[in-house]
Design a protein around this ligand. Structure first.
Ligand SMILES: NC(=O)c1ccc[n+]([C@@H]2O[C@H](COP(=O)([O-])OP(=O)(O)OC[C@H]3O[C@@H](n4cnc5c(N)ncnc54)[C@H](OP(=O)(O)O)[C@@H]3O)[C@@H](O)[C@H]2O)c1
Length: 350
C-alpha cells in the first residue's frame, strides 16, 4: 500500500528556489504508474522553470529513476510493480514533479533500466535521450535505429558534445554509422571520444570551423547544436558545406548567418506533454505518439549494452540540495557530468 503523503521540492514564489514540503502522493490515472523515486537528475529547464512567479506551489523536476509501486487502470499492459524505470514528467507545472518521493508517469513512456545501470546513472537519460531522438529522427529525419541513419555514412557535427544531450547524440549517431565530429573543451576530449566521437575540436579555437570543413572535405550538411546560444550558430555555419545544411537546435535560433542553412527546433517536451505542439507556431503536428516508440528503442539499446552513462555528481543532501544544484548549474560549473539528487540522502526523510 503506497503512502498518502510524501515530501516534494515545491517552487517558492520569486527567486527560482524550492523548499521541501509534505503534500499528497499523486494518484496514477489511466495507463499511468506511480513510481517511488530513487534518484532525480538536474536539467537546465529545472532552474529556468522555477523562476516565473506563476510556477510557485508546483513540484520541480523532470527526470527521475525509480521503482514502479502502483499501476493505474490499463498500465499493466506496459509495466509491472517492481519494474526499474526512468522517464520524465513536465516538471514545475503541477503537483507532480520528479524532485519528490513519488511521481506519476505514463507507463508506455517509461524506459526499462537494466541491472548494469544504477538508478543514479539512469536518471540522466530521459530528457537527454528523448531530445536526441527528436534531433536525429524528427528534425533531421534520419532513419531510426537500429537502421543505419542513411544509405551512405555521413559526417555530422555535434556541437556541445560534452553536454547531457551531446553525449547521447554522439552515441546514437555512432550506432547509426555516422562519422561524428564533436566540439567541447579540451578537458573533455577523452570523455567524448569514449562516447564514440571520431574527431574532437575545441569550440573556443577560432580555426575550428575551418578545421572541420577540411576534415569533412566541405561536405558537412548536418549538425546537432546542443547549446544553441553563445555564437554556436556562427561556429556551425562556418563548418557546414557551401551547399548549405540543416541544424537541429535545442533552443530557438533567431536566424542563421547563411540563407542556405535551415535551423530546426527540437524539443523533448513535444514527447512529454499532450498538446504541447499547439504552443509551437512552426508545426501543428503532434509528436506525442513517438514517445513510447523512443522509450522502447532506449530500453532495447540499454539491454543490449549499447549506451554508456556520463559521470554523475551526486549532491550530498538529496532533495535538500536542489537549490545548490540550481546554483551550480547557473554558475556554469556543469561540465561533462550529470548532477543527481538521491532521495535517500535527504536529511529527515524515511
Ligand atoms: N530542446 C530541448 O528539449 C532541450 C532538452 C535538453 C536541454 N535543452 C537545453 O539545452 C541546453 C544544454 O542542456 P544540457 O542539459 O545538455 O546541458 P549541460 O549538460 O548542463 O551542458 C553542460 C555542457 O555545456 C557545455 N558548454 C557550456 N557553455 C558552452 C558554450 N558557451 N559553448 C559550448 N559549449 C558550452 C560544456 O562543455 P565543456 O565543459 O566541454 O566546455 C558542458 O559540458 C540548455 O540550454 C537546455 O535548456 C533543451
Amino acid at each position: 500500500m503506497s503512502p498518502t503523503k510524501h515530501f516534494a521540492a515545491i517552487i517558492v514564489e520569486g527567486g527560482g528556489a524550492v523548499e521541501l514540503e509534505e503534500i499528497d502522493v499523486p494518484k496514477p490515472g489511466k495507463n499511468e504508474v506511480l513510481v517511488k523515486v530513487v534518484a532525480a537528475a538536474l536539467n537546465p529547464t529545472d532552474w529556468k522553470s522555477a523562476r516565473p512567479a506563476e510556477r510557485a506551489g508546483n513540484v520541480s523536476g523532470c527526470d527521475f529513476a525509480g521503482v514502479v509501486e502502483e499501476l493505474g487502470p490499463g498500465a499493466g499492459v506496459y509495466r509491472q510493480i517492481g519494474d526499474r524505470v526512468t522517464t520524465c514528467v513536465y516538471g514545475a507545472r503541477s503537483a507532480n514533479g520528479a524532485y519528490a518521493q513519488y511521481v506519476v508517469a505514463k507507463a508506455d513512456f517509461c524506459i526499462g533500466i537494466p541491472d548494469s545501470w544504477s538508478f543514479e546513472e539512469a536518471a540522466q537519460l530521459p530528457i537527454a535521450v528523448y531530445t536526441t531522438a527528436q534531433c536525429l529522427y524528427q528534425s533531421l529525419r534520419f532513419n531510426i535505429l537500429p537502421e543505419p541513419a542513411a544509405p551512405e555514412p555521413l559526417p555530422i557535427l555535434v556541437y556541445g558534445s560534452s553536454s547531457s544531450v551531446g553525449n547521447f547524440v554522439i552515441q546514437f549517431a555512432k550506432h547509426g554509422r555516422f562519422e561524428v565530429h564533436a566540439t567541447c573543451s579540451p578537458k573533455n576530449f577523452d570523455l567524448v571520444r569514449g562516447f564514440g566521437a571520431d574527431k574532437v575540436y575545441d569550440y573556443k579555437d577560432p580555426e575550428a570551423p575551418q578545421k572541420i570543413r577540411e576534415a569533412t572535405g566541405g561536405k558537412l550538411k548536418y549538425a546537432v547544436d546542443t547549446i544553441s546560444e553563445h555564437g554556436s550558430d556562427k561556429f556551425i555555419s562556418g563548418a557546414l558545406s557551401d551547399e548549405g545544411g540543416k541544424i537541429a537546435c535545442i533552443l530557438p535560433y533567431s536566424g542563421t548567418p547563411r540563407a542556405n542553412i535551415e535551423p530546426i527546433l527540437s524539443l523533448a517536451y513535444d514527447l512529454v506533454v499532450d498538446g504541447f505542439p499547439a504552443q509551437r507556431p512552426d508545426t501543428g503536428v503532434s509528436y506525442i505518439a513517438d514517445g513510447p516508440k523512443y522509450a522502447k528503442l532506449v530500453t532495447d539499446l540499454l539491454a543490449q549494452g549499447k549506451l554508456k552513462p556520463a559521470p554523475v555528481l551526486v549532491m550530498p543532501k538529496g532533495l535538500a540540495s536542489v537549490n545548490d544544484g540550481f546554483k551550480y548549474m547557473i554558475d556554469g560549473k556543469v561540465s561533462g557530468q550529470k548532477v543527481i539528487f538521491r532521495i535517500a540522502d535527504t536529511p529527515g526523510l524515511q
